[in-house]
Design a protein around this ligand. Structure first.
Ligand SMILES: [Zn+2]
Ligand SMILES: [Zn+2]
Length: 162
């Protein structure tokens, strides 16, 4: 049966998220280089998902002269390690809230403020895989993005109406 996690998952503290990434990379024997770590930190410090060029802008503010390919390589690494997700509908990146387990995740994207909440419900992934398999389609990755309005923006809209 489905288990529903009704509470929105609070985004972890950026320092916690980075410490978790350090531990995971060490466990796996892969290198979270300074640049990769900084890119992850930039994503966690942002209240909304960021595109590669916005990340590049912050790196330039740091005084780095990073070319776009270096940022893309860092993002590629973070994606491979499951530390971030790519939101395809907007070509943006966001930190993964449960980086220890491999998953595609499902995303609630607020169209008003751009905030993203991540669901990680294996039942949804399984159901989609089964539906695809029933059509003899081999599912390699899933991108489930739900567009709408977050609790904060809904409250704001109600307050304005009152
Ligand atoms: Zn995730
Ligand atoms: Zn919102």
């Amino acid at each position: 049966m489905f288990s529903l996690d009704t509470a929105a998952s609070p985004p972890p503290d950026p320092r916690q998220a980075l410490a978790r990434a350090d531990a995971l990379c060490q466990e796996r024997g892969v290198r979270l280089t300074e640049l990769r770590r900084r890119v992850l930190e930039i994503l966690w410090n942002s209240p909304t998902p960021l595109g590669a060029y916005a990340i590049l802008d912050v790196l330039r503010e740091d005084g780095r002269t990073g070319a776009p390919p270096t940022v893309y390589r860092a993002l590629e690494f973070l994606l491979e390690q499951g530390l971030i997700h790519r939101l395809t509908s907007q070509s943006m990146f966001t930190g993964c809230r449960q980086p220890g387990s491999r998953h595609d995740g499902q995303f609630l994207i607020c169209q008003d403020c751009g905030q993203v909440d991540e669901l990680n419900n294996p039942a949804i992934e399984e159901l989609l895989r089964a539906e695809a398999a029933a059509r003899e389609f081999e599912a390699l990755a899933q991108r489930v993005e739900v567009l709408g309005r977050c609790p904060d923006c809904r409250r704001g809209a109600i307050d304005h109406a009152a």
